[in-house]
Design a protein around this ligand. Structure first.
Ligand code: 3PG
Length: 395
């Protein structure tokens, strides 16, 4: 198996992958435009935020698995991957602590004006009077938008700092919020109105694009802080700039709309840069997170090698529409399943899913086939009468 690693991955992970029998090509500097030419006969491609477009998948004739060495998969053309039968897997939650640490660091930096303090010191200015004003965070309310693994960690750290924690997410219910000790917000707007600090932890999706818009920003208290370490597209940056100028919110961002890819580039939001505390999409970039991600990449490849199916698949169909389940118990002999498939093909019945498990001793097996239509009684009895089939039934 050939693996192209188009980003940095720890030496330990590379040798663990080699132990799984993989040939590794390590080319950490490849960009999105280089991938179609570099993919060659790689079966597995490992990337961080480098975009994987349709051209890469079309050029990679052996490509069968793309691993996003991180959480967000908005950089991968999932539609094309699914259409071409290419697995896409990610490493959910593995860099959550790193991103949560940055969000909390940004909150403290905003509250105590750490960046402006530093800039003044560097130019020889001492102004204890100016910088002695801060709201303080204990007892303030942090509103968390999105309660996945990162949002949950931010909630825990903020609670440990004595903050009140409020949250909204699509799936959060009042009962679940109560169990977690959080104040339930029924909408992002409700959260905007009551929060002293807003920290965004939403995935990029159609429903979250520009969720933070002029209307949301209007509802924020003017003294409140806004922190985004999730995806730039969640915020309408023009509306943010206008609101920041008008209401002087303190803002910290790690991610931006149309942000440049990794490496050196020109930062496009120069006006925003004047106002915000900003970092260069480094939320996940700690050694701890890189190690956890690398271990997960190895787990994904191991599962793929052992079962043909990677863990953390993001482009598997959620629920099969197949309504019928054919269960065939059979002796573990050559050609038994082929004859079942032949019967189903003649009856024009499509198999949506299929799983064959062998009993201990290797003599017998049971195969479950999910079908798009019900085979009639004749088909079932023909299958039942086939040599080496013990029993067949439809559910
Ligand atoms: C993620 O989606 O995992 C984070 O945004 C990190 O992205 P990165 O791998 O480009 O740092």
């Amino acid at each position: 198996m050939n693996i192209l690693i188009a980003d940095k991955l720890s030496d330990n992970a590379v040798s663990a992958l080699q132990k799984l029998g993989a040939e590794i090509r390590l080319e950490p500097d490849l960009g999105a435009d280089d991938l179609p030419g570099a993919i060659a006969d790689s079966e597995v491609l490992v990337v961080r935020s480098t975009k994987v477009r349709a051209e890469t998948m079309e050029s990679g004739k052996s490509l069968s698995l793309i691993i996003r060495a991180g959480a967000g998969v908005n950089t991968i053309d999932l539609e094309t991957a699914s259409r071409m039968g290419i697995h896409v897997a990610n490493c959910p939650g593995k860099n959550a602590d790193a991103v949560a640490e940055l969000a909390i660091g940004m909150m403290i930096a905003l509250d105590r004006n750490i960046v402006a303090n530093t800039v003044d010191l560097r130019s020889g200015v001492w102004n204890k009077k100016l910088y002695s004003k801060a709201n303080g965070l204990k007892g303030r309310t942090i509103g968390i938008l999105g309660l996945g693994s990162i949002g949950t960690r931010v909630a825990a750290i903020a609670a440990a700092m004595g903050m009140e924690v409020a949250a909204w997410s699509r799936s959060l219910t009042p009962d679940r919020a109560e169990q977690l000790g959080l104040r339930f917000c029924e909408s992002p707007h409700a959260l905007a109105e009551l929060s002293d600090v807003i920290s965004i932890h939403l995935a990029a999706a159609k429903e979250t694009e520009h969720l933070i818009n002029a209307d949301f920003l209007k509802r924020m208290k003017s003294s409140s802080y806004l922190i985004n370490t999730s995806r730039g597209e969640v915020i309408d940056s023009k509306a943010l700039l206008a609101a920041a100028k008008e209401k002087h919110h303190k803002i910290a961002l790690d991610v931006y709309e149309d942000e440049p890819a990794a490496g050196d580039a020109v930062f496009p939001h120069t006006e925003l840069a004047e106002i915000i505390t900003g970092t260069h999409h480094i939320g996940a970039s700690t050694t701890q997170a890189a190690d956890a991600i690398a271990d997960e990449v190895v787990n994904i490849v191991r599962a793929y090698v052992e079962s043909g199916k990677p863990v953390n698949l993001v482009n598997a169909r959620d629920k099969s529409p197949a309504q019928y389940k054919l269960v065939v118990r059979h002796y573990n002999k050559v050609g038994v399943l082929a004859s079942v498939l032949d019967e189903l093909r003649s009856a024009k019945i499509n198999i949506e899913e299929m799983e064959n498990s062998i009993f201990s001793g290797g003599k017998a097996a049971v195969c479950t086939l999910k079908l798009d239509d019900r085979p009639d009684d004749d088909v079932i009895s023909r299958i039942g009468a086939t040599e080496h089939i013990i029993q067949v039934h439809i559910k």
